[in-house]
Write a protein that binds this ligand. Sequence first.
Ligand SMILES: Cc1cc2nc3c(=O)[nH]c(=O)nc-3n(C[C@H](O)[C@H](O)[C@H](O)COP(=O)(O)O)c2cc1C
Length: 321
Amino acid sequence: MKLGKYEIEHPLILGPMAGVTDWAFRTICAELGANITVTEMVSSRALVYKDQKSAKLLRKNEGSLCGAQIFGNNPEIMAEAAKLALEISGCDFLDINMGCPMPKIANSGDGCGLMRTPELAGQIVEAVVKAVDVPVTVKCRLGWDKGSINVLDFTKRMEQSGAAMVAVHGRTRSMLYSGVADWDYIRKVKDQLSIPVIANGDIVDGASALRCMKWTGADGLMIGRATFGDPWIFEEVKAAMSGEDVPGRPVLKDRIALAVKQFELSEADHGEKIACLEARKHFAWYLRGVRNASFYKREISSLTTMEDIYRVAKDIVRDLE
Ligand SMILES: Cc1cc2nc3c(=O)[nH]c(=O)nc-3n(C[C@H](O)[C@H](O)[C@H](O)COP(=O)(O)O)c2cc1C
C-alpha cells in the first residue's frame, strides 16, 4: 500500500485509543509488528490554544509510521492545528478523527458528528491538505445511526477532498463499541475508492484478521481493543497473514518483562506518578487470563512508585509462573 511517499506492505495499524495508546504502548506495539501507529486524539482547539498536555500526547514513536490524530469541526482551526501537530511531533501523516462517538465530542459536531455534515467534513479535509505536506487520512464509522448510514457517499467525498487513506470502523455512532462490526460496508467502501482503505472493528486474532482481509479486500487492518495487555497480537496476525504457524504467547515471565519495559518507557515519558496511574490499567490487562492473579490485581490497583511495579512483577513471576 502507498501512503504518500511511503510504501507499506501489509499495513497493520494500532488503532488510536485515548487513554491507552500513549507513546510507551505505541513503541511496544511497533516493536511487535504494528507498522503504522496513530496518537491518541487531540483537540484542534486545545492545540491552537497551546495546551501543553495535548501537545505531549502527540509524541511520535519509533519503529512504525506514526500519524498524529486531531479532532474538531472548524476548517481554519483544524488546518492551523494540523500544522502545529506536525511541527510538535514530526509525525509522518495527519489523521482526522471522524469516528468518535462520545456525546461530548459527537454532539458538538466533532468526531463522528462530522458524518452528519459531510460538506463541512470535506472542507476540513481540503483545508488540512492545503496546510500540510504529509498525507492526510480520515478515520470514520458507518454513519450516525442505523437509519442514516452514509459511509459510502461520505468516504467518496473524503477521497475527492484529498484524503490519502480512510480507516472505517464498521459500527455506527449509536452502537458505540457494542454489537458486531459490519464488514460488508467496508468491502463496499473498498470497491468504490482508489485510495487505500483500512478495515477496523472486531479483529481479535489471526483467524479474524484473515477473515476480515478476505471479506473486505481492504488494504490493511486496524486493531483496537484486542491489543489491551496483548501487543503480541501483531505477531500473531502477521504470521497468519503470511501463512506461517501462529506463534503462541511468550511465557508469563517474558510477558511481565515486556509490561515492565512499557512502564519504564512510560516513566521516561510522563514521570513516575502518571506512569504508575497508567500502569494500574495496563498491568491488570497483562494479567488477564492468568490464574490466581486476583491478589496481584488488587496490589496493582494501588501502585504508586516504580519500586511497587518491580516488586509486584517479581512476586507475580515467583508465585504464578
Ligand atoms: C478506550 C478507547 C479509546 C478510543 N480512542 C480513540 C481515539 O482517540 N481516536 C479514534 O479514532 N478512535 C478511538 N477509539 C476507537 C478505536 O480506534 C477503534 O476504532 C475501535 O475500538 C474499534 O476497533 P476494535 O473493535 O478493534 O476495538 C477508541 C476506542 C477505545 C476502546
